[in-house]
Design a protein around this ligand. Structure first.
Ligand SMILES: [Zn+2]
Length: 344
């Protein structure tokens, strides 16, 4: 695979247009781009999953550590390999186990982990051990290959460093077209799997890929933090006093973000939460949530086990507005009729 053995690569980004990014992505998804396994799809998915968590470095770009990149990658593969038994590699036209699948299968027997359980149900020590091995393997073969496929216009990397740096153009492009890229990635991944596996129903493969997506976490810790420590005791949307049933809501819908971040959480009454569901609310609420986030970032001395600084890693003023616009553009509907009490 061209580029697989590169040790480092600089970012080649001189005003890359959106059309050019599309053509690079389309090339990578096409059969013209060489793939013996599905690692490239896995890597693209992991970048998309975490695009709103990246730390901006004014000189080098948007940083994503190898640890984070491959923790998600391992989680996705775990579910595909263990839960759904989908083979991820074809060699001379026959399906084979790729190195990552073998590593995962060995871990299941070696660490004595029950089969068919979710990755997040595996104990933390084993998860970390496995992620470390996958990281070492992936650094060896996929980072350089994908860098090469994108002609250096997606990210800069150094295998001796700690992670990849997305260029600001690439970062903006992926944030903007996240859902479209994810859909194309799934579709191309499913087509590849269809050829490799006996399972010939594309729809079922697509379903399984979607199911391998990280599941929503238990959000009670966020409820505790916002309700008890920051005394958010009214519904973010209608302003009514919250009683016993307090819902934690993803302000920008989870279906778009696919990640859990404190800056995107608000507390809501069950009625508003169910009404809002996977939709957006009026842009008027953006000021309210941005003000709330400013307070959270300035806060000190809380006791909940959440590291606020980590939670706010990729956050900056204006991010939620941009996400709102991108989510809307990707087809997420807007719902109105919440403001029974005026928005402050
Ligand atoms: Zn409400």
């Amino acid at each position: 695979m061209p580029g697989w053995n590169l040790r480092s690569g600089v970012l080649i980004e001189v005003h890359v247009s959106e059309d050019e990014y599309w053509s690079l992505f389309n090339f990578v998804f096409s059969d013209a781009c060489r793939k013996t396994n599905t690692y490239k799809f896995g890597l693209i998915k992991s970048i998309c999953d975490q695009i709103y968590d990246l730390n901006e470095d004014p000189v080098q770009g948007y940083f994503l550590s190898y640890d984070k990149l491959f923790a998600k990658f391992t989680e996705n593969y775990w579910n595909l390999v263990n839960k759904y038994g989908l083979k991820q590699m074809s060699y001379n036209g026959k399906s084979e186990y790729s190195k990552i699948e073998l590593i995962i299968k060995e871990a299941v027997t070696g660490y004595d982990i029950p089969e068919n359980i979710e990755f997040l149900s595996v104990n933390e020590k084993d998860r970390e051990r496995l992620t470390r091995i996958v990281t070492t393997e992936c650094k060896k073969c996929v980072i350089g290959a994908l860098y090469h496929d994108f002609e250096g216009k997606l990210y800069a990397f150094d295998l001796c460093g700690n992670g990849i740096y997305l260029g600001s153009g690439a970062y903006r492009f992926i944030s903007k077209y996240k859902m479209e890229i994810e859909r194309l990635n799934y579709y191309s991944w499913a087509r590849f799997l269809e050829k490799v596996n006996d399972d010939d129903a594309l729809v079922r493969v697509l379903e399984k890929l979607d199911l391998s997506t990280p599941q929503r976490k238990d959000l009670s810790v966020y409820r505790e933090l916002l309700y008890k420590e920051f005394r958010e005791d009214t519904c973010f949307y209608c302003g009514k006093k919250l009683d016993k049933k307090v819902h934690v809501d993803h302000f920008i819908p989870w279906t778009f973000v696919k990640n859990d971040n404190l800056w995107n959480f608000v507390l809501a009454c069950p009625r508003c939460n169910l009404r809002k569901s996977d939709s957006l609310v009026s842009q008027d609420y953006l000021i309210k949530i941005e003000n709330r986030n400013t307070l959270l970032m300035e806060a000190t001395g809380f006791t909940t086990k959440i590291n606020i600084e980590n939670e706010f890693a990729g956050y900056h003023t204006g991010l939620l507005k941009r996400m709102w616009e991108y989510a809307k553009m990707s087809g997420i509907r807007e719902r109105s009729g919440f403001a029974e009490v005026s928005v402050k």
